[in-house]
Design a protein around this ligand. Structure first.
Ligand SMILES: [Zn+2]
Length: 132
């Protein structure tokens, strides 16, 4: 039986720097130099004030579980159920879709404190979140 590979990121011009940093274990978010907003996914301008005056900033890697779903059926051969996918409300403000890593998937609750971890997929380091 042949192992099936997980899907991997397809960086765009807007996201390539984010993914390059992930490969070095750095979690970055764009931050507007005019209004101070952070956002995700990366884009060429601030979605709050439309400024193109922004830079990358190291993010805390902390957040709260905004909502989640537990997959108990296998929808992709590379993802063995059960597993959880959630929307993480990052401390800096943006929300990010992510795999949620936990020892006891049935104890996940909305509002739980989470911290960044890394999910290795082939040669990629993918941001994921684990329960604090
Ligand atoms: Zn802005």
């Amino acid at each position: 039986m042949t192992a099936v590979s997980r899907p991997t990121p397809r960086p765009s011009p807007e996201t390539s720097h984010f993914w390059e940093a992930c490969q070095e274990g750095r979690f970055l978010l764009p931050k507007c130099a005019d209004c101070g907003s952070h956002w995700f996914p990366p884009s060429g301008f601030c979605p709050e004030c439309w400024s193109r005056n922004w830079e990358w900033e190291h993010a805390s890697g902390l957040g709260l579980l905004h909502t989640f779903v537990i997959f108990r059926r296998q929808y992709h051969p590379a993802f063995e159920p059960p597993y959880a996918v959630g929307v993480v409300h990052l401390k800096e403000g943006p929300r990010m879709l992510s795999r949620i890593v936990t020892e006891d998937i049935d104890k996940l609750r909305v509002g739980m404190a989470l911290k960044l971890t890394w999910d290795r997929s082939g040669d990629w380091m993918i941001p994921a979140f684990q329960v604090l």
